[in-house]
Design a protein around this ligand. Structure first.
Ligand code: FAD
Length: 462
């Protein structure tokens, strides 16, 4: 096997790192420290030619391939045991066309790379809420964040992708070229090939009115209710995700609030500042906020606001579901579990996905839950593996109580490895079409280290 790896190494402009090489321990780590896998080798590719060589090598040698961009996937699907990791994280070029309002983004970029490049032209591509997340994983799963209500999901702004298929061919996916593939990669994850380059539509977003408002738990029921009513009807310029959290012990927050469990909303309004202030008032003006720090800031500053609190390597356990409405009993259960956050960084978020994201039909892209109002995620997080049981139990208990009030499935990018039934539920009526496209583009299921959509032959045999 070593000889084979040597052959691959000779073909790459990037680096091939095996277990004997210095740097292997660091190279195999993904963002979630709970995931510890030992691949046969990690190819830190430099370009498309390197990826083509890796795909050919894996296929011909019958070695599983994992594809990695930002490495943020909660289930650790950017790494695998005993396979080849095709790591694109050195391919981070971004080219903005300010006249066309587009950004061409290499397949290994993080969102911070894109924000940095587009902001210089007063533009932004709708993404998530953390700048270190990979563009590829987030986009291929859907992509939701501060601009979803105004400009749609990330996939709603994907115009084109260059894709390397399992047979080693290199194709373009657009509305007119390989349209079935273009449909499938907008939500269907990394199941269909390796995207080496994305072309996104960008929007004129430079400054936003943003920041957190926190309330004490005694007001949590009222705040969640008011927030839920607000988001259901709010203008699309207004966004804000609801959270249960502990106040981080950092200087921006008053000392007396440090480590106190609170509920809150992190706002992002794209309207001009005076209109934004008025727009958010119905919720910000509710009760007696403990802390309200909302004001104008550059969009990339908001995107990287939480980065320092969430360094790579911590233990993460996620549970998630889509939510359409939050009835009174669900409000009470959210407050019960949200009040019992087990560790400093554990949290629950409700991300709005109505507005522009709902103007796309459920079968127009692979992303099926266009009628959900929120994607809910419960994250048990801690730096100490000794607390893994605690954070996992809390997330599971929370989810089990709330699941009956959910839409019945979760956003694929917020899931751990939860089995085929959960994956099929996520895609709902789109699943058979996805399986047919998988059968066409990847009949042998070469790309299987992901939330796996099985080609028909394999579905029948399971
Ligand atoms: C701190 C944090 C914050 C987050 N916030 C948000 C958020 O606000 N909004 C949101 O929508 N999601 C969010 N997520 C979830 C995120 O979208 C997923 O974790 C996503 O999988 C991360 O993408 P990645 O490229 O970093 O992951 P990776 O682990 O590198 O890859 C994830 C999956 O994508 C596939 N893949 C990676 N690169 C490619 C490629 N070039 N071509 C084809 N397939 C590829 C991999 O095979 C794997 O299956 C967050 C995650 C974290 C940890």
């Amino acid at each position: 096997m070593e000889a084979d790896l040597g052959e691959l190494r000779a073909q790459l402009r990037g680096q091939l790192i095996g277990p004997q090489d210095e740097g292997y321990e660091a190279a195999r780590q993904v963002y979630n420290g709970m995931i510890q896998r030992r691949p046969r080798a990690i190819a830190q590719v430099a370009d498309v030619a390197d990826i083509l060589a890796c795909v050919k090598f894996s296929r011909e040698n019958g070695i599983a391939a994992a594809v990695r961009c930002g490495g943020h996937n909660a289930a650790g699907l950017g790494v695998c045991d005993d396979g080849l990791v095709i790591d694109l994280s050195r391919m981070r070029g971004v080219r903005v066309d300010p006249a066309a309002r587009t950004a061409r983004v290499e397949g290994g970029c993080r969102w911070g790379d894109v924000d940095h490049a587009t902001h210089a032209f007063g533009l932004a591509v709708p993404a998530g809420i953390i700048s270190t997340t990979g563009v590829a994983g987030l986009t291929l799963g859907g992509g939701l964040g501060y601009l979803s209500r105004k400009h749609g999901l990330t996939i709603d702004n994907l115009l084109e992708a260059d894709v390397i298929l399992a047979d080693g061919s290199f194709v373009k996916a657009t509305a007119n070229e390989n349209a079935d593939l273009y449909w499938a990669i907008r939500g269907g994850g990394g199941n269909f090939g390796i995207v080496t380059s994305f072309l996104f539509r960008a929007h004129p977003v430079k400054m936003v009115t943003a920041g957190p408002t926190f309330w004490g738990l005694d007001e949590a029921e009222g705040v969640l209710q008011r927030y839920a009513e607000f988001i259901a009807e709010a203008p699309e310029d207004a966004n804000g995700f609801f959270a249960f959290t502990k106040v981080p012990p950092v200087p921006i927050f008053p000392k007396e609030l440090h480590e106190r469990t609170v509920c809150g909303v992190v706002w992002c309004a794209t309207a001009p500042p005076e209109r934004a202030e008025a727009m958010l008032k119905p919720v910000r003006g509710f009760g007696k906020p403990l802390f309200d720090h909302v004001g104008p800031m550059p969009f990339p500053a908001l995107q990287s606001l939480f980065d320092p609190l969430l360094p790579p390597g911590m233990q993460w356990y996620w549970k998630a579901d889509f939510v359409k409405t939050i009835p009174q009993e669900a409000v009470k259960l959210n407050v019960k579990h949200g009040s019992a956050i087990p560790t400093l960084l554990s949290t629950m978020h409700l991300y709005p996905i109505n507005g522009a994201a709902q103007r796309v039909g459920a079968s127009e892209t692979a992303w099926a839950y266009r009628d959900a109002t929120w994607a809910q995620v419960i994250c048990g997080i801690d730096s100490d593996p000794a607390n893994n049981d605690r954070i996992t139990r809390w997330a599971r208990d929370y989810w089990e109580d709330l699941h009956p009030y959910s839409a019945g499935a979760a956003y694929v990018n917020f899931m751990m490895e939860e089995g085929q039934d959960r994956i099929q539920a996520t895609y709902g009526e789109n699943y058979p079409r996805l399986a047919a496209i998988k059968s066409k583009y990847d009949p042998e299921n070469f790309f299987r280290v992901n939330q796996n959509i099985r080609p028909y032959a394999q579905t029948a045999g399971r």
